[in-house]
Design a binder for this molecule. Structure first.
Ligand SMILES: CSC[C@H]1O[C@H](OP(=O)(O)O)[C@H](O)[C@@H]1O
Length: 349
């Protein structure tokens, strides 16, 4: 999306409230929820009304801002104690995307230098705004690095939604597609619908179509056949947590896609901001995988599509071992091969 075009932001901060894009109502309705409390932010994260690792972190950061402003008359010691309680509360909304914890650490940590409650509130608000602004530049840089791996005319595949509405703008996996459009390239994209919540069908296909980018929707079980027959240049996906060794948690179905790409000799790229890389998580085995309500699988638009009472396993993510990842594209550069060393170097550069 060029700077002259308007884009649909996932979160707009209005000082005393947030306007959060309700991603559960897309693509039929573009609705912004008027959010005034930290409890509402928790609820929106839990219900995937705001989703996508960076967007979750940004929403949580502003959830802390809303709480801090509403409690700006507390004595400072009480404010600091309750701030940590609110941090723990929001941290309980979803377990896998590390951006949630990274953003909460940043906004609460920013207040540690404050001398009183008023200054703490100002620092928290300033840090939340920094996080949102930085994320936009981060995503653009990821897009620029990703384009060094692609060429005009390439056909790509992506899974779930790692687009502009999953971040502050541009997205991660979709960033190269937006920047390619700006450059006048003709990239085409196969978007996997991504059951059970259909982020690919409802969000990625919608985002790319809105941007005038050549997108084709497929069901998840069509991916292997499409990879084999449609001259796919690369698969590029987002992520929710990259471990220190490069093992990557992303939307359920990503691991299978990586296996298929490996078997067919197609590059498999993960687009990851440093905010989604967690050097404190050693390997993919250490990443908590969220399990979500059975109704996401057994129902569609409120109607049952499975027998009542059937057992359901509904992991929201899976982990792709780093051996199946051709490269991890960050805002500091592209890592490939020795991920443990290269990812650590990005944090030191
Ligand atoms: C740019 S992060 C996008 C990442 O988050 C999604 O998960 P969810 O929709 O459950 O928040 C998915 O794993 C995407 O790749």
């Amino acid at each position: 999306m060029s700077t002259t075009e308007t884009w649909i932001s996932s979160l707009r901060y209005k000082g005393d409230h947030l306007l959060l894009l309700d991603q559960q109502q897309l693509p039929r309705h573009t609705v912004y929820i008027n959010v005034t409390t930290i409890e509402q932010v928790w609820d929106c994260i839990k219900k995937l009304q705001v989703r996508g690792a960076p967007a979750i972190g940004i929403a949580a950061a502003f959830g802390i801002v809303l709480w801090a402003k509403a409690n700006n008359s507390l004595p400072y010691d009480e404010f600091k104690s309750k701030l940590l309680q609110q941090k723990a509360y929001l941290a309980g909304s979803r377990p896998t995307a590390v951006n949630l914890f990274w953003a909460l650490d940043r906004v609460t940590g920013s207040a540690e230098q404050a001398r009183d409650t008023e200054e703490a509130v100002q620092l928290i608000e300033q840090e939340a705004l920094f996080i949102q602004q930085e994320d936009e530049e981060t995503c653009r840089k990821i897009g620029e690095y990703a384009l060094t791996l692609l060429k005009n005319g390439d056909c790509l595949m992506t899974h779930c939604n790692a687009g502009g509405i999953a971040t502050s703008r541009y997205g991660t996996a979709l960033a190269p597609m937006y920047l390619a459009k700006e450059k006048g390239w003709d990239l085409s994209v196969y978007a996997n619908e991504t059951r059970p919540v259909f982020q690919g069908a409802r969000l990625t296909a919608w985002e790319l179509q809105q941007a005038g980018i050549n997108v084709t929707l497929i069901t998840d079980n069509m991916a292997a056949h499409t990879l084999k027959t449609k001259n796919i240049a690369a698969v590029i996906v987002g992520c929710d947590r990259v471990a220190a060794n490069g093992d990557t948690a992303n939307k359920i179905g990503t691991f299978g896609l990586a296996l298929q790409a490996k078997a067919l000799g197609i590059p498999f790229y993960v687009a990851s901001p440093l905010s989604t890389i967690d050097l404190n998580t050693s390997t993919g085995d250490d990443i908590p995988i969220e399990e979500r309500p059975a109704e996401e699988v057994t129902h569609f638009q409120g109607e049952p599509i499975a027998p009542e009472g059937v057992k359901v396993f509904n992991p929201a993510f899976d982990v792709t071992p780093h051996e199946y990842i051709t490269a991890i594209i960050t805002e500091r550069g592209i890592a490939s091969g020795n991920y443990k060393k290269q990812l650590a170097n990005f944090f030191n550069s």
